[in-house]
Ligand binder design. Structure first.
Ligand code: B12
Length: 237
C-alpha cells in the first residue's frame, strides 16, 4: 500500500558522497545517482552546474537524467518509491533542463518548418515533450507547444489554425496510446499535408506503423533528424 510517509524521505535520504570529480563520467554518474536517490532540486542544480562548468555536454546530461529517471520509474513500479517520489524526480528533471537549455545551440533566424507539439489526452507527463521542444527549437524549427492532456479534437483544431508541417505527439502512459491513434486518424481528416511523428516510453516503431503515423522517434535527438527529413531540409547539419 502506498502512503504519504515517503514525503519524509526527501529530507532523510543520505547524500551520495561528494566525489572529487576527475572527469565527465564521474560527474554524470553523480547526476544519475542523485536522481536514483532523489537528493532534491538544490543538489541536482549544484551537480548540473559543476558538470557544465567542467565541460560536460548538454546532451550527455540529458542522457544521464533519462537513465536516472528510468531507475526511479523501476523503483516506483516495485513499490519502493511512491507517487510523491515521482513528483520529486519530475521537479529535479525540470531543474536540469532549465539549466541546460541555454547551452544548447541556438537557432538561425528563419524557421525551417513548423511543428505542433503536445502530450496526448489523459497524460500530463511533459519532461520528454519539453526536451523535444527544446531540441527542435534550437535546431531552427518553430514549435507550437499546446501542452499536456491534449484531446484529439484540440490537436485537430490547432492543425487547422496553425497549419504545421509536422504534428509531434508524446505519450508516457499505455492508457494514452489509443488517444494517439485517434489523433493520427483525425489529423489525416483535417489535413492531407501534415506529417505525424510520435514518441514516448511505451511507443514503438511497430505501434507507429499500426496507427498510420509517419514516424517514431526513440528520443528527442532523433526528433531532429526525423523533422528535418519531413520538411526536406538539408540546410542544417
Ligand atoms: C516523472 C514521472 C512522473 C511525473 C511527471 C512530471 C512531468 N512534469 O512530466 C508525475 C509525478 C506527474 C507522474 C505522474 C504519473 N505517472 Co509517471 N512517471 C514519471 C517517470 C519517473 C519519468 C518520466 C520522464 O519524464 N522520463 C524522462 C523523459 C526524458 O523521458 P520520456 O518522457 O520517455 O521522453 C524521452 C523519449 O520517450 C522521447 N520522447 C518523448 N516524447 C516524444 C515525442 C516525440 C515526437 C519524439 C520523437 C520523442 C519523444 O524523447 C525523450 C528523451 O529524449 C516515469 C518512469 C519512466 N522511466 O519513464 C513514470 C511513469 C511514466 N509514470 C507512470 C505512472 C503510472 C504515473 C501515474 C498514473 C501515477 C499515479 N498513480 O497517479 C501518474 C499519471 C498522471 C497522468 N495523468 O499523466 C508509469 C506509466 C506506466 C504505464 N505503462 O502506463 C511510469 C512508466 C512509472 C512506472 N514504471 O510505473 N509521473
Amino acid at each position: 500500500m502506498k502512503s504519504n510517509i515517503t514525503y519524509v524521505r526527501f529530507f532523510n535520504i543520505p547524500k551520495t558522497k561528494v566525489t572529487i570529480m576527475s572527469n565527465g563520467s564521474d560527474i554524470l554518474e553523480n547526476v544519475k545517482e542523485c536522481f536514483i536517490k532523489l537528493e532534491g532540486p538544490d543538489r541536482i542544480k549544484e551537480l548540473t552546474m559543476k558538470a557544465l562548468d567542467s565541460g560536460v555536454e548538454a546532451n550527455q546530461l540529458i542522457k544521464a537524467i533519462k537513465e536516472g529517471l528510468d531507475e526511479v520509474g523501476k523503483k516506483y513500479e516495485n513499490s519502493e518509491y511512491f507517487l510523491s517520489d515521482l513528483v520529486m524526480s519530475g521537479v529535479m528533471a525540470s531543474e536540469v533542463t532549465n539549466l541546460v537549455k541555454p547551452r544548447l545551440q541556438s537557432a538561425d533566424s528563419e524557421p525551417i518548418g513548423k511543428v505542433l507539439l503536445g502530450t496526448v489526452k489523459g497524460d500530463i507527463h511533459d519532461i520528454g515533450k519539453n526536451l523535444v521542444n527544446n531540441m527542435l527549437t534550437t535546431q531552427g524549427f518553430e514549435v507550437i507547444d499546446i501542452g499536456v492532456d491534449v484531446s484529439p479534437e484540440k490537436f485537430a483544431e490547432n492543425i487547422q489554425k496553425h497549419k504545421p508541417d509536422i504534428l509531434a505527439m508524446s505519450c508516457l502512459l499505455t492508457a494514452g496510446m489509443p488517444e494517439m491513434s485517434k489523433t493520427v486518424q483525425l489529423s489525416k481528416k483535417v489535413s492531407s499535408e501534415v506529417k505525424t511523428m510520435i514518441g514516448g516510453r511505451p511507443i514503438t516503431k511497430e505501434f507507429a506503423a499500426e496507427i498510420g503515423a509517419d514516424a517514431y522517434g526513440r528520443d528527442a535527438f532523433e526528433s531532429i533528424d526525423l523533422a528535418r527529413k519531413m520538411v526536406g531540409s538539408t540546410t542544417i547539419e
